[in-house]
Design a protein around this ligand. Structure first.
Ligand code: NAP
Length: 337
């Protein structure tokens, strides 16, 4: 069976996922697209054999030719489209964030629980990245003993002009927030955001930031967020266990030795660093839609990440250490990763 996919939002990542679904992966066909920019949606559809450009996301979701929906529009529109897909009983892959508030994510969780079956997957692609998967395999094997701490680093060369103070949490740190929940297999119970001396390269932004995340077991995670560091896109992670440590390796595909120096390449941006992770993420999603097997990051994961994100935002805005309180986890998500 070929999964007939409809894509809502054909901006940067929407186009990239259409390319992936159309030319890289097996088992899917993009049959419909929509965007607030109707002309752009028609232009994209024209390049996809047999695809329809719909006027609205709601029309696309209602289209009987669409088996499954991919939401790549602006964050504040996600809730509406995910709820509509659940109401239509269609699988929906929603780029992060699931929704822009904890309350909106809770409404999605409630709708999916009422539907009685998982339909939603959230786009947390680090869980599909081979180095992160290898790191988690070491932690899960017990090889380094009980994990006690994790040191994370998230560095961007630069960010666009519309990037705001809050986006350092909601767009950037949220990847680490989801990743450490998955890595440790437990929830985050409190968040504290510290603001070091400001980089002059960040203009008015509070850059860098340091997050301290407290895990349910008492393990601690520190996260450096630097979004104007110029030298490249650098993602690091090291888990400290009772009997050893395990860290993500250097990412450069080559090493050059010359003039007494060793050098490698730092990725330019997240597309380059996580290219393969997005491919694996979407192939596994298509396979789940086709076979009816369990999806990846769930609406619960989207809700938990949003709740921690809200706590970190409150801390960034002066609230100090902010405890995270989640609602009771519905049985539907008992086995979600
Ligand atoms: P973008 O380039 O601005 O694309 C968003 C697209 O959706 C734009 O074409 C936008 O049109 C359109 N849109 C806005 N409201 C819509 C609506 N109501 N119905 C249909 N289309 C609508 O942004 P992007 O960078 O692709 O990001 C899209 C989403 O992906 C965001 O949620 C972002 O957080 C997420 N993302 C995830 C990752 C990741 O690593 N997983 C990376 C990048 C982005 P206008 O431009 O006219 O508003």
């Amino acid at each position: 069976m070929t999964v007939r996919v409809g894509v809502i939002g054909v901006g940067m990542i929407g186009k990239d996922h259409i390319r992936r679904l159309t030319t890289v992966l097996a088992g899917s066909q993009v049959v419909a697209v929509t965007d607030v920019d109707a002309q752009e949606a028609r232009r994209v559809a024209a390049g996809l054999p047999g695809a329809t450009a719909h006027r609205t996301g709601q029309d696309l979701i209602a289209d009987p030719a669409v088996d499954a929906v991919v939401v790549c529009s602006w964050g504040p529109t996600h809730e509406e489209y995910v709820l509509a897909a659940i109401a239509a009983g269609k699988a929906v892959f929603c780029e992060k964030p699931l929704a822009t508030s904890e309350a909106a994510c809770r409404r999605i969780v409630q709708a999916e629980v009422a539907f009685g079956r998982r339909l939603v997957q959230v786009g947390y692609m680090r869980r599909y990245d081979a180095p992160y998967r290898a790191l988690k395999a070491v932690v899960d094997s017990g090889e380094i003993g009980t994990p006690l701490m994790m040191h994370c680093t998230h560095r961007n060369a630069s960010v666009p002009g519309h990037y705001t103070k809050d986006m350092a949490i909601t767009d950037t740190a949220v990847h680490e927030i989801d990743m450490v929940r998955w890595m440790f297999g437990e929830e985050i119970t409190a968040a504290t955001v510290l603001t070091p001396r400001r980089s002059r390269l960040g203009g008015e932004l509070q850059d860098p930031l340091m997050l301290l995340l407290e895990m349910d077991s008492g393990a601690l995670v520190d996260v450096e967020i630097s979004v104007n560091i110029r030298y490249g896109y650098d993602i690091r992670g090291e888990v400290v266990g009772e009997e050893g440590t395990a860290a993500l390796g250097e990412f450069s595909p080559i090493t050059v030795r010359r003039n007494g120096l060793v050098s490698g390449k730092v990725p330019t941006d997240w597309r380059e660093r996580f290219l393969r992770a997005y491919d694996v993420e979407f192939q596994e999603w298509i396979d789940s839609v086709r076979s009816g097997s369990e999806f990846g990051p769930s609406a619960w994961d989207g809700y938990a990440a949003a709740t921690v994100s809200d706590a970190a935002l409150a801390s960034l805005n002066g609230a100090g250490r902010v405890p995270v309180t989640l609602c009771e986890k519905p049985a539907l998500y008992a086995s979600s990763r």
